[in-house]
Design a protein around this ligand. Sequence first.
Ligand code: URA
Length: 195
Amino acid sequence: MAVLRFDWNTLYGELNGCTKCRLCEHRHSIVVSDGDPHADIMFIGEGPGREEDEQGVPFVGAAGRLFNYHLEEAGLDRRSVYICNVVKCRPPQNRDPLPDEAESCLPYLRAQIALVRPKVIVCLGRIAARYVYDRDIQITRQRGQIKKLGAFYVLPTYHPAALLRREELTNDFVFDLCTAKKLAERIKAGEQIEL
Ligand code: URA
């Protein structure tokens, strides 16, 4: 994927007051990220929901609280990972972002990836995977499968909101979080990763 070479100030400057797509019309906040901008693991969701829009922070609603719980279970501290979304403004009624909305916002996500330079990118759900891989994937079949994409290892898993509806997905989700943590540790230790 093409990467815009931004620094953080330029990125925040560009985001501030962004009107590149219709999602700007009803937003309260531009929800950029939470966590550590030097993190080894980056989580990418779909887009802010109502509570995220109100608070300006990703994953603070019901799905976010469940996500926090499972992060801890996997031995990950929310403050030590980087969390963001494909689109930075809330889609109305929490619908999926439309392709043109996602495309307008992708330069921001690409800049975030380039600036954070995580060791591992975890795509939370189909929509995030769609825009990171630049193609549709079947999350139920491909979750947990690590791929190298340029400089990054990418791991798709379920969106935490899916676990609210289908509790039986929880074990796989936590397993994938543990995989991401172990993978980041192995890369950090200089291990050669065979896929
Ligand atoms: N769902 C997402 O994809 N992102 C959020 O920030 C919250 C819910």
